[in-house]
Design a protein around this ligand. Structure first.
Ligand SMILES: [Zn+2]
Length: 207
């Protein structure tokens, strides 16, 4: 394997509901699309993740009597932020952004499809133990370096980056190809946690 063959770009949740006009819009979420399209040309290998919830998912505030979006609930696996209904399986909001180039990607990892547990990370559901299968796929194919871009920096990108480090992958986040929700200081906290875990940060022109 050449060194480039050991590296893969993970494109996180670039879906309509996370872009302006969507149900859980990340500010400027759509701004990552052209950058990611350019970036993906420079990688030999790419995977996509796709948030993919059944209707009535337990991460939706609407599934919890008396709760509003962005409040929290205690789940068996820990504290869960409650979101507006988003990325419901098969709905237009769950589709990839129409301008995102998806055809070059080798795999789509769908996550959050179990009714009673959310999944921010591309690698594990929010109990941090139930695998999505991505780690096995990457290891079996010989990848040892992952590069992350997409939405949102402080949730699905950060959780994926932290798990990638925990699994032993060299991990880079392309900062300008991500956008954050930044809920109650979540972006600063995520950046600090990723830094402490040994995640590298670069801009797209240096990737
Ligand atoms: Zn979700």
């Amino acid at each position: 394997m050449t060194s480039q063959d050991a590296e893969i770009l993970i494109i996180v949740d670039v879906q309509n509901d996370f872009c302006p006009g969507g149900a859980l819009a990340v500010p400027e979420g759509d701004a990552v699309v052209p950058l990611i399209n350019q970036l993906s040309m420079r990688f030999d290998h790419r995977v996509l993740t796709q948030d993919w919830h059944p209707a009535g998912h337990s991460s939706f505030a609407s599934s919890h009597t008396g709760k509003a979006p962005f409040e929290t609930a205690e789940m068996p696996y820990g504290t869960q932020v409650l979101w507006p209904d988003h990325c419901v399986q098969g709905n237009p909001g769950a589709a990839f952004h129409p301008d995102l180039v998806v055809d070059r990607s080798e795999l789509v990892i769908r996550k959050g499809f179990r009714l009673s547990i959310d999944s921010y990370s591309a690698f594990f559901e929010n109990d941090r133990t139930t695998p999505t299968g991505l780690a096995g796929y990457l290891k079996e194919r010989g990848f040892d370096r992952v590069v992350l871009a997409g939405l949102a920096t402080d949730f699905c990108v950060a959780y994926s980056a932290l798990d990638a480090r925990r699994l032993g992958f060299a991990t880079t986040v392309i900062t300008d190809a991500c956008r954050a929700i930044d809920l109650n200081g979540s972006l600063a906290a995520a950046m600090a946690e990723m830094t402490a875990a040994g995640v590298a940060f670069v801009t797209a022109d240096a990737a």
